[in-house]
Design a protein around this ligand. Structure first.
Ligand code: ZN
Length: 100
């Protein structure tokens, strides 16, 4: 089983183009989160990423997963209790991780 690897969140990072991630552990934050650094663009970031409105990261990924499995956006929005607009935003924001 493959571990859930962090991906560089930098939209301008070369890894967004060729998909080749080169993420290293940079430091640990006080609250126990790991801070990663992308060796390709030098950006540091935490993962899973925190959101003030409560765990958006999981929802986003779940939304993308559902979409990949041909669920209609309206269904995804209903399932996750968010608006369709939010789902569209997530789908746009989240890069496709695997083809097919
Ligand atoms: Zn990067």
């Amino acid at each position: 089983m493959q571990l859930d690897r962090p991906r560089c969140p930098n939209e301008l990072c070369p890894s967004q183009v060729d998909g080749e991630q080169n993420i290293i552990i940079h430091a640990r934050t006080k609250n126990g989160k790991i801070r990663y650094a992308c060796k390709r663009c030098g950006k540091t970031f935490t993962y899973p990423r925190e959101r003030k409105d409560g765990g958006g990261n999981f929802q986003q990924r779940y939304a993308c997963w559902l979409r990949r499995n041909s669920y209609p956006v309206s269904e995804i929005a209903f399932t996750l209790g968010v608006s369709k607009r939010t789902v569209h935003r997530w789908l746009k924001k989240t890069p496709k991780t695997e083809a097919g």
